[in-house]
Design a protein around this ligand. Sequence first.
Ligand SMILES: [Zn+2]
Length: 590
Amino acid sequence: MQALYNPTWDLDAIFSGGSDSEEFRTYVENIKKEMATLSAMVEEFDRDSESMFIEILKQLESTMKKLQEASAFVSCLSAQNVKDEKADLLVGERNALSAEMNGIQTNFEQKMVSIEDAKWQELLKRPEVQDVSFILNESREAAKELLSGEQEVLINDLKVDGYHAWNQMYGTIVGKMSVDIEENGEINSYSVGQAANKLSHPDRKVRKHVFNQMEKAWKSEADLFGQTLNHLAGFRLQTYKHRKWENILKEPLQINRMKQETLDAMWTAITNSKKHFVAYLQKKADLLGLDKLSIYDIGAPLTNEVKTSSYTEGADFIVDQFRAFSPKMADFARMAFDKRWIEAEDRADKRPGGFCTSFPDSEQTRIFMTYSGTSSNISTLAHELGHAYHQHVMNDVNGFNQGYAMNVAETASTFAEMIVADATVKHAKNKEEKMALLEDKLQRSIAFFMNIHARFLFENRFYEERKKGIVSVNRLNELMVEAQREAYCNSLEQYEPNFWSSKLHFHITGVPFYNFPYTFGYLFSLGIYAYAKEKAGSFEEDYIALLRDTGRMNVEDLAMKHLNVDLTKPDFWENAISLCVADVEEFLSL
Ligand SMILES: [Zn+2]
């Protein structure tokens, strides 16, 4: 019999002693020293000194890695125990260090802009620089499109109490909200997060009641959320205006290293395939005995049957399924379970949700989640292992080239998740189980093709109107329902007008347009999955090569180089979507 895996992670292997770790303290003090040196080097940098430039690059890469290592450790500490106050202090310290590092990098970018073009081209050809030339050139070009150094510094400083403050204010209001829900003749008060979990209740009356109560709660604060969203967007647009950026998608596309044509091709292919997903929604309505679904019915369970597996069973299943596609990926997953790189225990005082974080200095990763044995837990575990494997194959890649954007960040994770989800469907014991598992997959397609499409349409239109002035709460509601009607092809009975306030992503200031990169990542990885099934034998090495390039080229070049496809044309996208359409067909046939 095989030994059982321990579901708690080993952080001591990185720094021993938790939030009291002496070893960690020493490590952080060293980072501070390195940053002071680095800052002085950048300050003194003479634009004609090539040797100094190379010196700074080396130092920057090394310090960035250490800072990421420290930052990951702090994230793990605060996630494993929300009551660890010492970890909270470390979070504050970490944030301050990151802000300081950003300052140093901005300063260095300005210095790069000051280097004359001819000289710059020569510099990029030097053997020590060649490997990171894409990234350096990208930063330099981006810096050129900004305002002067002083003005950008001022904007950044004002953001703290302006732009980012609106996002914080949003969080404060949401934190105070509660939703009253009637249960067994009593009124119980829940946080919005708790109430949202009840939306997947099997009884429609309960779902409808929870949904209405939630809408009521969001509506009661709509005037405040209208302000936070309008001002946050106003700050962003005002900055764009001064930089003379007209297209509101300029920044998000740039961050995701993709072209507008690629985004358009993706949405066009999705829009053209929607009839299949509408058919699935109609079938689901029939199965639930309804004429049409409402937005709160989409996540309703079709069966009550829930199969559970122990942590070790789940782990073995994942490793076995990975092996069919890639022995290296399977070996990596086994090692992660063996060495306890995963925190999966179901216990109190853990933060909700899941993540994977990397320790580039010690070339390790850690995964965080709560495993209670459901098939969706197994998917999450596979998803996070996909992220960890992505990092693993990049361990020896230059630190500058390890920074991949959100749209490709989800490639390896979704890919790993697909392998496991497909295998789970294949291994289903009976028709009910098979339908439930297929439905799990289809829910994802609905989320990426319809829900996220609605968010994208709404956000685009809202920003266009916001350019002309404040957008009223009524108008926001109208824009939201219009976008949902369009994205769901009018297939629902009831929509969610307050979604613009209930969805945190519209209020995030870290990244603009926190929506389409999800859909991109999903379809991009499905395209790779289709390619993997065709290529079988030689696939593993191709896949690793692709992952290793995710941080050093734009997505169009990445796809052309490794998959020989043109992302600006609909074919690639249509191919990827056809895998989801096949799920619909199988579901309908059952
Ligand atoms: Zn992910």
